[in-house]
Design a protein around this ligand. Structure first.
Ligand code: B12
Ligand code: SF4
Length: 491
């Protein structure tokens, strides 16, 4: 059985203000990552679900695996939002398979459907299976699409091989768990069995060489997971497929994955820890940091919450074990929004915590989000001013800024009225963090929110034009290389 993993493309939105923003962001990032290389083509990172599930499949004897990568391929879109059908058709024809696996996110679900249509048109006998972050909460809707045969909801480690085994034997899929599919009469069936999550130590080793080693030139870093899951419940987050109780991979396993990925894609690569809240349990974090320090050659980025950075032991060890960049979900400078949407994170601790990080030699980068539904345009502007001020005082080295999107699966999407939001449509192509909000509130309409967003992107871009606190500016002649990814698919 030949199984093809499909990397669905992401259509970027041309936002003029982003050019300067990403350029200056990238300069700040590179300055703290000596030796980092610019991406040749913009894959950004290996699609993690693929190497992960490929490992699961290989352990079950499915070793005839291929990748149809339309994400990195230049020319997938004729213009923003319009896939180049001739090109996609040719790529599908060049990757024949018996089974095609898709794991789109919300903004590229539509394009994944388009590719599935072309798969079915080219290979009518092929089976298409969707899974992952958007297919799970929208399973019925996804299963209704003509070119989708099966939707696997939640985790896939047991469901996917069980489904393939069943199909291979020509048996009825009735007994397969985590499954949603269309019956011949058009109604949607959902299996009653729900498989338990497989403990990390029992998840097979990934298929690290699913991509050629040249893909190492197209990525920014290697993603590695130590713990899966996050116990917080932020209203805009969709962490549901991974789960809420963090469970940890054995440290030996983590280190051997890093070694294998670096051997395949380049020893120079840094690691980006995929853990949502890397410093959640200090004792567990310390065990990993001690091991990393022992290896001594691994440099890395991680992400966490502000309230999980209070332990000085951790800060010191982060630095000595190779951490060079910490991303913190600050989201907004308005405390009332934090109370509702960010699990009551206390902003009063921000300056002191950032100062301690800086003193520990760690560069901090914020995630900030524009457009919380309890904010007026003035609140939003104040929030952006606050982040810019933290940058200007070198408490932050950089900050992302995205527009708030109530993704399917989030509490905000499920209960918008609780937050004073009215969802305006379900055109998921426009559920995009660089586009006007897909909801309205009594405090601000989408145009007002978007206006603040665009000026905020420009303002933050300007704030990041300062000399980096950690590291040095690149030589003037090379400046054009920085942020060059902004017009392609990227985070
Ligand atoms: C890695 C990552 C990325 C990477 C790579 C994305 C990729 N295509 O591989 C990058 C940095 C490029 C990225 C970009 C974006 N991301 Co992202 N990303 C993640 C992240 C941190 C980890 C995903 C991951 O690899 N997990 C490990 C794998 C093994 O877990 P998994 O994907 O859930 O897979 C399991 C099951 O879901 C299932 N499964 C998954 N796929 C499939 C497919 C089949 C066929 C089957 C059977 C089963 C199955 O089996 C797996 C094993 O159990 C998640 C947060 C999270 N922890 O989930 C956010 C997340 C998925 N991203 C998100 C978003 C919003 C984006 C962006 C839209 C952001 C932006 N600013 O534009 C872009 C979209 C780009 C795109 N469409 O590819 C949201 C998704 C929202 C949504 N519901 O759609 C998430 C959940 C973050 C969040 N907290 O809200 N992202
Ligand atoms: S936003 Fe971060 S802290 Fe909040 S639930 Fe999601 S992963 Fe956890």
């Amino acid at each position: 059985m030949r199984i093809v993993f499909v990397h669905a493309p992401m259509s970027t939105v041309p936002v003029a203000e982003r050019a300067g923003f990403w350029r200056n962001f990238d300069i700040q990032y590179h300055s703290t990552h000596p030796g980092l290389r610019h991406m040749k083509r913009v894959m950004w990172e290996l699609p993690h679900w693929m190497t992960w599930l490929a490992g699961v499949l290989a352990a079950h004897g499915y070793t005839d695996l291929d990748v149809l990568d339309l994400y990195t391929e230049p020319g997938t879109f004729d213009e923003p939002g319009l896939m180049n059908e001739t090109m996609v058709r040719a790529e599908v024809a060049a990757h024949p398979g018996d089974v095609y696996l898709f794991s789109p996110m919300t903004p590229n679900l539509y394009y994944a459907f388009g590719i599935a249509d072309l798969v079915k048109a080219t290979y009518p006998e092929a089976i298409t299976i969707f899974g992952g972050v958007v297919s799970t909460p929208l399973a019925e809707e996804v299963a209704r699409h003509d070119s989708v045969d099966y939707v696997v909801v939640d985790r896939g480690e047991i469901a996917l091989p069980t489904l393939l085994d069943t199909l291979g034997k020509g048996e009825d899929v009735d007994h397969v768990g985590n499954l949603v599919f269309r019956l011949p009469d058009g109604t949607i069936a959902r299996s009653s069995t729900r498989y338990p999550a497989v403990a990390p130590e029992n998840i097979p080793f990934p298929v690290v060489d699913l991509f050629p080693s040249t893909a190492g030139q197209d990525i920014r870093y290697l993603r590695q997971v130590y713990a899966l899951g996050c116990p917080y419940q932020c209203t805009f987050c969709t962490i549901q497929t991974i789960g809420q109780k963090p469970s940890y991979f054995p440290i030996d396993r983590v280190l051997s994955e890093i070694a294998a990925y670096r051997a395949q894609y380049g020893e120079h690569h840094n690691i980006y820890w995929g853990d949502e809240t890397f410093t959640l349990f200090p004792d567990r974090t310390m065990q990993l940091l001690t091991a990393l320090e022992g290896v001594g050659t691994i440099r890395y980025d991680c992400q966490t919450r502000l309230n999980c950075l209070t332990d000085d032991r951790i800060l010191a060890k982060l630095k000595s074990s190779g951490c060079q960049w910490i991303e913190i979900g600050l989201e907004t400078g308005i405390q009332t929004s934090q109370n509702v949407h960010k699990h009551r994170m206390k902003l009063s601790a921000t300056e002191e915590t950032l100062l301690r990080l800086r003193d520990a030699g760690l560069a901090a980068c914020a995630f900030s989000v524009n457009g919380f539904p309890d904010q007026t345009p003035d609140d939003m502007r104040r929030s952006i001013d606050w982040v810019c001020d933290l940058i200007s005082r070198d408490l932050l080295q950089a900050s992302y800024l995205f527009g708030l999107v109530p993704y399917p699966g989030s509490t905000m999407y499920n209960f918008p009225e609780r937050f004073g939001m009215k969802l305006l449509h379900h055109d998921y192509r426009r559920y995009h963090e660089d586009l006007p909000p897909v909801f309205a509130t009594d405090h601000a309409n989408p145009d007002q929110v978007y206006e603040v967003f665009l000026s905020g992107v420009a303002q933050l871009g300007q704030a990041m034009s300062k000399a980096p606190h950690f590291g040095a500016l690149p030589p003037p002649g090379q400046l054009a290389d920085y942020g060059a990814f902004w017009a392609e698919a990227h985070v």
